[in-house]
Design a binder for this molecule. Structure first.
Ligand code: 3PG
Ligand code: MG
Length: 402
């Protein structure tokens, strides 16, 4: 990575503000349901503790509009304390004079967690005044929030203007892994893209058509492609504004000699429900009024063959509504095929990661990114705001001590 990391600076005795992405799913009763993202930042926190830094963590949780009692970070602090084997002192605000005093009184190795940063109006607006207040708490800024690196928010970008700003170990690892995928993949390189919205994926499909050898599509997004090919898709999801883009991608695949696979059969249902009537049909035979909720078994076999030839596989987005049993076959089979492949396998966060966890396959993947949106942006070739804001390797660090 061309940016400075925590390994490049002296943090001992310093107050270090660490932006982490602890945006984890909570249960109905408010407990942490999946601690993957919490575990992912432990190396950075442990590194800082071992170098006698004073650690001030800042994260968002969900998308609150103002203070939202259900989105306080207390359960996250509790989970982090357990994993760290050390008390994490959680405070009830993000910035205040009290917190400034607390930050000044920290001992080496202490860890505190600030309140959900999105409770503050200034965060999403990247308000310089709010960024300055955050910066006042610390001597150094570390960004380890890969999952949020595509957001130009105050705790991601703004704060880096006021403090020496370097990457944490997770951020650096993620950027390196995805850079390697783009620049030096072992071939054949096969990408599997699914999920509901094609508009989220058009950028990455466009870029991948210059890089990959084969592209497999599934999930709700493939119906816009089927429609672009002139097929009738019943009530399946379709983003009409994207049909032209989809057509352009089909043409580009042909021009570049990339095998772009669309499903040949799908599981359709008469309504969006677990109890719906459902059947498997060829994509040419989707009945009027029915909607496609999974790829069919012939498609699964075809995709398995393509994946069998791959030496590198990237996967983002489920093949169907895998949370509902009748529509989970495609995602489960593709997940198993990827997990059992001897290729280099990289999975981009979000729902695909949830599917891997459901089928207990996480340990069989070479690399799982903690950032869904961020990894797609990066693969699209869009510079990540949070990475751009950090110091370059060759820059010298000047601490503005008080
Ligand atoms: C995520 O889970 O996508 C990241 O934490 C970023 O959150 P956001 O999409 O609400 O900005
Ligand atoms: Mg997101």
């Amino acid at each position: 990575m061309e940016k400075k990391t925590i390994r490049d600076i002296d943090v001992s005795g310093k107050r270090v503000l660490v932006r982490v992405d602890l945006n984890v799913p909570l249960s109905e009763t408010g407990e942490v349901q999946d601690d993957t993202r919490i575990r992912a930042v432990l190396p950075t926190i442990n590194y800082l503790i071992s170098r006698s830094a004073k650690v001030i963590l800042v994260s968002h949780l969900g998308r609150p509009k103002g203070v939202d009692e259900k989105l306080r970070l207390d359960p996250v602090a509790q989970s982090l304390s357990g994993l760290l084997g050390k008390e994490v002192h959680k405070v009830d605000q993000t910035v205040s004079e009290d917190i400034e005093r607390l930050a000044e009184s920290l001992d080496a190795g202490d860890v505190i967690l600030l309140e959900n940063v999105r409770f503050n109006q200034g965060e999403k607006k990247n308000d310089p005044e709010f960024a300055k207040k955050l910066a006042q708490l610390a001597d150094v800024y570390v960004n380890d929030a890969f999952g949020t690196a595509h957001r130009a928010h105050a705790s991601v970008v703004g704060v880096a203007q006021y403090l020496p700003a370097v990457a944490g170990l997770l951020l650096a690892k993620e950027v390196d892994a995805l850079t390697h995928l783009l620049e030096d993949p072992e071939r054949p390189f096969c990408a599997v893209l699914g999920g509901n919205k094609v508009s989220d994926k058009i950028g990455v499909i466009n870029r991948f058509l210059d890089i990959v050898d084969c592209l497999l599509t599934g999930g709700g997004m493939c119906f816009t492609f089927l429609k672009a090919k002139g097929l009738k898709i019943g009530k399946s999801v379709c983003e009409t504004e994207e049909i032209d883009h989809a057509r352009e991608m089909l043409a580009k695949a042909e021009e570049n000699g990339v095998e772009l696979y669309l499903p040949v059969d799908v599981v359709v249902a008469d309504e969006f429900s677990q109890q719906a009537n459902h059947k498997t049909v060829a994509v040419e035979d989707i009945p009027e009024g029915w909607l496609g909720l999974d790829i069919g078994p012939r498609t699964v076999e075809m995709y398995k063959k393509a994946l069998g030839r791959a030496r590198t596989i990237f996967w983002n987005g489920p093949m169907g509504v895998f949370e509902m049993k009748p529509f989970s076959y495609g995602t489960e089979e593709i997940a198993k095929t990827i997990a059992n492949s001897s290729a280099d396998t990289i999975v981009g966060g979000g729902d695909s990661d949830a599917a891997l966890r459901l089928y207990d396959l996480e340990d069989k993947i070479s690399y799982i990114s903690t950032g869904g949106g961020a990894s797609l942006k990066m693969l699209e070739g869009v510079p990540l705001h949070g990475v751009e804001a950090l110091m370059n390797k060759e820059e010298s660090v000047i601490f503005h001590s008080k």
